[in-house]
Design a binder for this molecule. Structure first.
Ligand SMILES: Cc1ncc(COP(=O)(O)O)c(C=O)c1O
Length: 445
């Protein structure tokens, strides 16, 4: 088949992805042993507990390696979804798999167009192709941006607690993370503007890495917050990296403001936005993402700094179908996650007074305060005896007593020590079971 023909048939399969029911007629090419024929073309049953064991899932299978011999009923640490992805995505992938050649891909214009159209339709952000750069994920793109704008050994400011891998990414790009702690008041977090102003004024700081919605606290930064942040960055000639990977999961009573949409002079000069299809549609394994900025020069600079712009065939197919055909699926999942968060909030308030939780504005991650529980079981002393962190002890305690694994907050930098993070992107039946099990462990104290 010539390149032209491949592209044509590829486009046909993407165009048809939404309209054909998903009975994939190629069981021989789908080795996934969980695959079953589906009849509902919009969204699968989100209550279904879709088993992910023994699929090399980082979220699930890693925990059996970390806790050998322990029966884990729910692994709820790593941030991906337990649901089947949108049926039209699986269908398009399965159809492409039937063409048994995996040579170099010519990234199709339609992929770029799908991104441009999605961010316009969904967030009102208008960009042209020269403002857009593809990447092999958000983290690699952030590393490229750091290399482009930050001299070696300089500092990149980020808010703590903050996503573990952002710290690692800054180091991988030969810089140092510099924490600007979020202010915590009555369990709620906010940006510390005086602290930010002080840090960003330093000579060895060339970038501030903002996360919106923030992982792990779930803050959606307001218009006013964003304007102020951009202004401080601009005044200090500091680039503003805005990681918006979680922006498709916003609580019903909250609002996400894309920083690009502000279009102030400061935002135009300094902001770089990082996004992907991978959180929203659960496509993380495909390693795709993209970057954009008002100023095409900024994008050129990242490209010139050695950025890897490759895309992989299945990642492109999946992402394009996601953006062109799967918005309805995303809306359903987002609604479901909202309900799950409300469930967690009500359940904890009513049944587990030992822990505290405030529903986040965005993300599918519940950031839960275990301070009292940790002190009730002398976690600090016990952890010291074992030469480990309090959070390691608490995590293992829950695995052993409840069969539930949550993410350790101390790995999110300072301020996270007393917290565990629960991913609610799962069946509400499993979520309820997890909460019941945690409650039983608390009642046993
Ligand atoms: C804030 C944030 N940025 C980036 C990532 C990962 O991005 P990617 O897998 O596209 O490199 C995550 C994953 O949890 C995240 O929470």
């Amino acid at each position: 088949m010539s390149k032209v023909k491949i592209n044509k048939s590829r486009r046909r399969l993407i165009q048809s992805a939404g309209s054909i029911p998903i009975a994939v007629s190629a069981p021989n090419v789908l080795s996934n042993h969980h695959h079953r024929e589906q009849t509902n073309p919009v969204v699968s049953n989100l209550d279904e507990i879709y088993p992910r064991w023994k699929t090399d899932s980082a979220k699930w299978d890693l925990q059996t390696k970390r806790f050998p011999g322990q029966k884990i009923h729910a692994a709820m640490g790593i941030a991906d979804l337990d649901f089947k992805t949108a049926p039209e995505i699986t269908k398009a992938i399965a159809e492409r798999v039937l063409h048994e050649n995996w040579g170099y891909i010519l990234t199709p214009d339609s992929y770029y167009e799908s991104i441009v159209e999605w961010i316009l339709k969904r967030y009102g952000e208008r960009i042209s192709r020269d403002q857009l750069l593809l990447s092999t994920g958000v983290l690699p793109a952030i590393q490229s941006a750091i290399r482009a704008f930050c001299p070696k050994n300089s500092k990149v400011v980020l808010n703590s607690p903050g996503y573990t891998e952002l710290y690692a990414s800054i180091r991988k790009a030969d810089c140092m993370p510099d924490e600007s702690p979020l202010i915590k008041k009555n369990g709620m977090y906010s940006l510390d503007f005086p602290d930010l102003s002080k840090r960003l004024a330093r000579d060895d700081v060339h970038a501030f890495l903002l996360v919106n919605p923030h992982n792990p606290t779930g803050n959606c930064w307001s218009r006013d917050d964003l304007k102020k942040v951009a202004k401080i960055c601009d005044e200090n000639d500091v680039m503003l990296f805005s990681d918006e990977i979680h922006c498709d999961f916003i609580a019903d009573d909250a609002q996400y403001t894309p920083i690009y949409s502000l279009a102030t002079e400061a935002v135009k000069r300094k902001a770089i936005i990082f996004k992907s299809t991978t959180k929203a549609f659960n496509l993380s394994a495909f390693k795709t993402g993209y970057v954009y900025a008002h100023d095409a020069e900024i994008i050129s600079k990242i490209r010139q700094a050695g950025h890897v712009e490759f895309a992989n065939t299945l990642g492109v197919i999946a992402s394009e179908v996601a953006y062109t055909h799967s918005e309805k699926w995303l809306n359903e999942v987002s609604k479901y996650i909202n309900q799950n968060m409300i469930l967690v909030e009500k359940y904890i308030r009513k049944n587990i007074p030992l822990i505290r939780f405030y529903r986040p504005e965005g993300t599918y991650l519940a950031w839960i305060d275990f301070t009292e529980w940790m002190s009730a079981i002398d976690a600090k002393e016990k952890a010291n005896e074992k030469n480990e962190e309090e959070g390691d002890y608490m995590e293992r305690y829950l695995v052993e007593k409840a069969g539930i694994q949550l993410g350790r907050g101390y790995r999110f930098g300072s301020g996270g020590e007393k917290y565990l993070r629960m991913n609610v992107g799962t069946s509400k039946i499993l979520l309820k079971e997890a909460l019941d099990r945690i409650k039983m462990a608390a009642d046993d104290l």
